[in-house]
Design a protein around this ligand. Structure first.
Ligand SMILES: [Zn+2]
Length: 45
């Protein structure tokens, strides 16, 4: 299952919610991005 994040307010929205209406229910933004499940930590040398 894919989870998207609103680019404007940061709300997490499931892709099922976006199938009906591709807008953020909180702020009405239509810009989303897909956060990565596994965050790669980079160690500073
Ligand atoms: Zn939003």
């Amino acid at each position: 299952m894919a989870i998207y994040k609103c680019f404007n307010c940061g709300r997490q929205i499931s892709h099922k919610s976006l199938e009906k209406r591709f807008v953020c229910p909180t702020c009405g933004s239509k810009i989303f991005y897909k956060p990565r499940k596994h965050i790669t930590k980079v160690k500073a040398v």
